[in-house]
Design a protein around this ligand. Structure first.
Ligand code: NAI
Ligand code: MG
Length: 350
């Protein structure tokens, strides 16, 4: 019997609703499967916790999380209670950075029964590998003066180590998917980091002679997401390019409420963290109408990560059978509640 210890952090807003839903589904999956058992421990670290304790997590929070096999997170942020940069940097980004979750994996694919805003989406199935530890999101830089003389400098950081790590991850993934790799670049405009990025890509591609590799400038790539998304398979992108591209990916799927993500620790020193792309959605929190599919698909990515790919496929197929039969929440044009969709998935899994 495989036993997995998972730290649940529902967080704020709809995070609490969708994590509860997806946890019930994971419990059902393990019941039906038999050979797998989840042991969930819940941590109520959210903006209310911050108001009480002056921090998003206790002092030994990271130490406690490090004891788990994985972290299953909902969403963090309640701007009415705590400024976003305080809550996100105190929990989500802290975990990503300190647990060296250097890869952010985000799929975008057509889901049966969910209408893409594209006129002709065909059957796109993309996996974006986003470098998650450096790039444009660096803390190197500064600002001087105020007013007319004000200047701000933000340095982008690209190391061979992190760049190569993301690219190898992308090629390994393409090998598993029998697919190909596209590198998101901008070496025609950004003249130091992006030619370097291209060079590393060429070097890594040499180690995978059987896998087709090409580079696209990020602006053209963004346009192709709208006009021909089916031409892509695995895309490797820097932190900023990947961030923007994956919101676009969520949009062409039909809703941010269905987009999943995984923050992967590749050196095995710390747990990985699984969290959907969407935030805490204060505008619909507490109403029971949040789309749980982003969190449930995230649970599928967690199953894949732990080598349970078969179960992961069963779960994604079940999600699609439910959406295809019209069990849809408001954000994707339906009238069903979070609970309706969850119950239907559970019933079909059984
Ligand atoms: P958001 O993703 O929470 O909401 C954007 C829009 O999408 C809203 O209209 C919302 O109702 C809708 N939406 C999002 N998820 C949905 C779902 N599952 N079902 C149905 N509709 C859904 O982004 P927003 O409003 O910019 O941020 C709200 C809070 O969440 C902020 O505090 C922000 O910092 C935080 N945030 C946290 C993230 C995380 O924990 N990973 C990611 C993005 C935002
Ligand atoms: Mg984003």
């Amino acid at each position: 019997m495989k036993q997995l210890k998972i730290a649940n952090i529902p967080g704020d807003g709809i995070g609490k609703e969708v994590v509860a839903a997806a946890t019930d589904i994971l419990k059902t999956v393990s019941e039906v499967h038999g050979g797998l058992k989840f042991e969930f421990t819940e941590f109520q670290w959210d903006c209310r916790y911050y108001l009480e304790h002056g921090a998003m997590m206790p002092e030994d929070g990271m130490e406690r999380l490090s004891q788990f096999d994985g972290i299953f997170l909902g969403a963090v942020g309640d701007p009415n209670l705590v400024p976003d940069h305080v809550s996100l940097w105190g929990l989500l980004i802290k975990i990503r950075r300190e647990f060296e979750q250097s890869i952010n994996l985000r799929p975008a694919k057509v889901i049966k029964g969910i209408r893409s805003p594209l006129l002709n989406p065909k059957d796109f199935d993309i996996m974006v590998v986003r470098e998650n530890s450096e790039g444009e999101y660096s803390s190197i830089g500064g600002s001087m003066y105020r007013g007319d003389d004000e200047i701000a400098i933000q340095n982008a950081v690209f190391s061979r180590k992190a760049t190569e790590r993301a690219m190898r991850f992308a090629f390994e993934l393409a090998k598993k998917r029998n697919g190909h790799v596209t590198s998101a670049t901008k070496s025609n405009g950004i003249i130091y980091s992006m030619p370097f990025w291209d060079r590393v890509f060429e070097d890594v591609a040499k180690d995978y002679p059987d896998i087709q590799a090409d580079s696209q400038h990020i602006d053209a790539l963004a346009a192709f997401f709208v006009t021909q998304p089916d031409r892509f398979d695995v895309i490797v992108a820097s932190n900023l390019f990947g961030d923007i591209l994956t919101d676009l990916g969520a949009a062409i799927m039909g809703s941010i409420g269905i987009a999943p993500a995984a923050n992967i620790n590749v050196n095995g020193k710390y747990p990985s963290m699984f969290e959907p792309v969407h935030g805490s959605a204060p505008d619909i929190a507490g109403k029971g109408v949040a789309n749980p599919i982003g969190q449930i698909w995230t649970a599928k990515m967690m199953l894949d990560h732990f080598g349970e790919e078969e179960l992961g496929s069963v779960l994604l197929n079940t999600i699609e059978s439910v959406t295809n039969d019209g069990f849809l929440t408001r954000d994707i044009g339906g009238r069903h509640t979070t609970q309706d969709v969850t119950d239907e998935i559970i019933a079909r899994l059984k």
